[in-house]
Design a protein around this ligand. Structure first.
Ligand SMILES: [Cu+2]
Length: 157
């Protein structure tokens, strides 16, 4: 029992250390949209708050549940929705940015397994200043805009 507690304490210390790297940065309402088992990619959404006096630049993300996590923005051109790969997404000082269906989002490419509604998955956000922030995303059934990511065109990198 004591041994387990000690392991837990070490794990928690590790988590706090990585969060401290991005002090003043907060992830609100993180969720991943459930998709059919054949989906090649899953959209992930959140509101990213930057409560610091400096602008914050998101440059990437990673997760154990996907081969790759890309930053995307959906735009409509000529009546067609396209997802554009983003390399930098800026959140202004003392501001926030909403990642939502039909707009900025994280894209979990080639999911390692099928994610079911109610599951929790960890995605770590990486920032330009070298800091990173792990966040726990909840898998939820699709809601809001009924856009099927699988059928959208991907813009080249
Ligand atoms: Cu996308």
């Amino acid at each position: 029992m004591m041994k387990n507690l000690r392991v837990m304490a070490v794990v928690l210390a590790g988590l706090y250390a990585s969060v401290a790297g991005a002090a003043g940065v907060m992830v609100e309402n993180p969720w991943v949209r459930e998709a059919p088992p054949t989906a090649a990619a899953l959209g992930a959404f959140m509101v990213l708050h930057n409560q610091t006096a400096k602008s914050l630049v998101l440059v990437g993300a990673h997760s154990a549940v996907a081969a790759e996590v890309q930053l995307h923005r959906t735009v409509v051109e000529g009546g067609m929705a396209k997802m554009l790969h983003q390399h930098n997404i800026e959140i202004p000082a003392n501001g926030k940015l909403e990642f939502k269906p039909g707009d900025y989002h994280l894209m979990l490419m080639q999911p390692a397994r099928v994610l079911k509604a109610g599951e929790k998955v960890e995605i770590t956000l990486k920032f330009k200043d070298g800091s990173s922030l792990p966040a726990t995303f909840e898998v939820r059934a699709g809601m809001g805009m009924a856009m099927d990511h699988g059928k959208m065109m991907h813009h080249g990198h």
